[in-house]
Ligand binder design. Structure first.
Ligand code: FES
Length: 415
């Protein structure tokens, strides 16, 4: 799948304000069933070296994960990937999850979502479906996913509605499609979507590798936000529109994952347990595996889930910051990617000594856009790196060479 989107009905829980170091139970389980995917999106959050982790859990192993996570307290469940529908046991897993009392969400590109599978998923108790689009135009949708899937997605959207599922359309935004936000909203309205998630690209995994190509300008974002505000006023009753702002343009970081080890428990296709979607990119973080360690022990006792939990681990300037309980130091993966140390303050924060790195990225996008408009240079000469097995294998092998980046999306400190 393509983005870091979260379920619409997200619980507002997790870290307790009066006791931020107490360990709450997980509430949201993300089951990344597979890294296999028919699409090749340039902004996919999956690790660059996903081909190194492609041995998938069996159906029985996934059922154990569902039972254990529910026993721990998880209530929301996303089936994601890759494209989860490349597995033929999604219906079995949905049925089990429904019996356990999960609220279930299928996060899909739509490829493989036939009427027969929709019938079976409905009968199994699936609660809702999030369908991704890349753009309102066939040309850009198909270019960005490196597939011809636009027409198929239109047909699937109609079928989802006919089967009576509430539908979330998701579109990841970046410099190529931000000028089309009005058309994307019109498309969602025409399809009868109850929710539209316009998620500005978060720069992890493949999106991080394509950052120079995808980063928008501040003007693009402001124009898109104004369009969204207009549609919310006129059509907000029909379709709830979410606009996830890219934090590179902010002065304070996001409270990533609502706190590390606070709400979110991800399980990767090979059984690695993830405190966040991008945790695989953090060097030195040993991810426990559900095949070897009970989920309860993983959640409460593992180093991976405790490393950045609560507030005790914070370094300066976060430790003495009066805003630390609001953002918990921001995003660990971003801190690593932009400063080389995951324990640093998220450099999105203007109190971080590394904030300049974020400012420079935003400035680079603005000057690249200006020179493109003036026809003076070709600032984005580097071709887009599409997510596919060949590129993943190449990057994984480069990362294994001495001095390699680690291969999962982190590239260490940037110049
Ligand atoms: Fe990993 Fe933010 S994406 S902590």
């Amino acid at each position: 799948m393509t983005d870091l989107s979260q379920p619409v009905a997200q619980p507002v829980v997790g870290i307790q304000p009066d006791n931020p170091d107490a360990v709450p139970p997980p509430l949201w389980l993300l089951a990344e069933l597979t890294y296999r995917c028919p699409l090749h999106c340039a902004f996919c959050y999956n690790p660059l070296d996903y081909t190194d982790h492609s041995r998938e859990l069996s159906t029985a192993q996934w059922i154990d994960v569902l039972r254990d996570a529910r026993a721990l307290g998880a209530v929301q469940l996303g089936f994601s990937g890759g494209e989860p529908l490349v597995r033929d046991d999604v219906e079995v897993l949905v049925e089990e999850a429904h019996k356990l009392g999960f609220y279930t969400n299928l996060i899909t590109s739509g490829v493989g979502l036939t009427d027969k599978r929709l019938d079976d998923l409905k009968a199994a108790g699936l609660d809702h479906i999030q369908l991704s689009f890349q753009d309102s135009t066939q040309q850009l949708n198909d270019f960005l996913s490196s597939t011809r899937t636009f027409d198929l997605k239109q047909r699937v959207a109609t079928s989802i509605k006919q089967h009576g599922f509430p539908m979330v359309l998701n579109c990841v935004l970046h410099r190529y499609n931000l000028p089309h936000v009005d058309k994307i909203i019109e498309m969602a309205l025409a399809m009868g979507a109850e929710y539209l998630e316009l998620a500005n690209t978060q720069y992890y995994g493949w999106a991080h590798a394509n950052e120079a190509q995808l980063m928008p300008t501040r003007e693009q974002l402001e124009e898109a936000e104004a369009v969204v505000a207009r549609y919310r006023r006129t059509h907000g009753e029909r379709c709830k529109i979410f606009f996830v702002v890219p934090d590179y343009f902010e002065n304070r970081p996001k409270r990533c994952m609502n706190g590390w080890g606070a709400v979110f428990l991800g399980v990767a296709p090979d059984g690695a347990a993830l405190p966040c979607h991008a945790a695989r990119g953090l060097p030195g973080l040993v991810l426990p595996n559900v095949k070897e360690t009970p989920l309860r022990e993983i959640w409460y006792e593992s180093d991976a889930f405790n490393r950045f939990r609560g507030l005790k681990w914070l370094k300066e300037p976060c430790r003495s910051c009066e805003e630390k309980e609001r953002d918990l130091g921001g995003c660990r993966c971003q801190a690593y990617m932009l400063t080389g140390d995951a324990a640093n303050a998220d450099p999105v924060c203007d109190k971080s000594p590394f904030h300049e790195s974020v400012v420079k990225i935003v400035q680079r996008a603005a000057s690249a856009s200006a020179s493109t408009c003036a026809g003076t240079a070709a600032p984005r000469e580097q071709p887009i790196l599409f997510r596919n097995d060949a590129n993943s294998r190449k990057l994984a092998s480069e990362a294994r060479e001495p001095g390699g980046s680690g291969g999962s999306g982190g590239s260490g400190a940037k110049p």
